[in-house]
Design a protein around this ligand. Structure first.
Ligand code: IPE
Ligand code: IPE
Ligand code: MG
Length: 257
């Protein structure tokens, strides 16, 4: 994947002729597996299974297009409210993905990191997630950030707890708590914010994903369901990103006069 990322042979809308930088960090809300299956008279589990195939395609395409970081929303803090059978299917797929794909990801120099609440996960899942991080920790190709048992509000609350501990220990004054300080106590504080956030399935909401980090992300909502996601979907989203003018509260577009 890193070779592909560095490769110049990607002449398409996403890869520019002049001066356009592809987004460094793309975040994806992978939505619509259930509806994809329902439209075909299939069980939701089949939609999730096909969703994993779409994830493999997405990881490959992201690497090929020179994107450095991909954050995927794989299970939200609120998804526990689904039927236990579906939760079991989703957990099974995560297990399957890590067991079957980890070696391949590692071979492709992908580094895996996990964000979300880990403490309340069952030990077997926690071990799998840790194994993925440990095995790939020295890789320097694509960074794949998996949001599992993740909620943006919960992440901000965790950061607030960490900061409160510093205050309690007398190492920080309340008046010194800035947005930067909170940001440094999030689950992956060293990562740049997502430049582009994509949500499939036509829903236009954040569903508690990266609430803090998405402050200035460009949001692109695509109508297709996640199992149909492919490189063309990604290229179209990047082409849309390319048409946006990012101002960050200022007046001038990036690269403007
Ligand atoms: C996304 O697809 C997968 C996860 C939430 C893990 P959904 O399961 O939400 O599919 P829809 O939105 O019901 O179609
Ligand atoms: C899909 O979220 C995003 C995930 C993959 C976790 P949901 O399908 O749970 O979102 P809502 O409930 O429609 O907002
Ligand atoms: Mg959904």
């Amino acid at each position: 994947m890193p070779e592909a990322a560095a490769s110049p042979k990607t002449p398409d809308a996403a890869m520019p002729d002049s001066g356009f930088e592809p987004p460094r960090h793309v975040a994806i809300i992978m939505d619509g597996n259930g509806r994809w299956a329902a439209e075909r008279g299939l069980p939701r589990s089949e939609g999730h299974r096909r969703g994993v195939e779409a994830l493999r395609r997405a990881v490959r395409a992201v690497g090929e297009l020179g994107i450095k970081i991909l954050t995927i929303y794989s299970f939200s803090s609120e998804n526990w409210s689904r039927p236990v059978t579906e939760i079991r299917d989703l957990r099974g797929l995560l297990r399957h993905f890590i067991r079957n794909d980890l070696a391949e990801l590692h071979k492709n120099n992908v580094r895996v990191r996990i964000i979300g609440a880990r403490d309340d996960l069952e030990p077997e899942i926690r071990r799998l997630l840790e194994e993925a991080e440990q095995l790939t920790r020295s890789n320097n190709g694509l960074l794949l950030v998996v949001a599992f048992n993740y909620g943006g509000r919960q992440e901000i609350a965790r950061a607030a707890q960490r900061v409160a501990e510093l205050v309690g220990a007398g190492r920080l004054r309340p008046g010194d708590i800035t947005a930067d300080v909170i940001g440094r106590h999030l689950d992956a504080p060293d990562l740049p914010d997502p430049d582009l956030m994509i949500r499939t399935s036509g829903e236009q909401r954040l569903t508690n994903f990266l609430l803090w980090q998405a402050a200035y992300s460009e949001l692109v909502f695509v109508p297709g369901y996640w199992p149909d996601f492919d490189r063309t979907t990604l290229e179209n989203a990047i082409a849309e990103y390319r048409r946006r003018e990012r101002r960050f509260g200022g007046l001038k577009a990036r690269g403007g006069p």
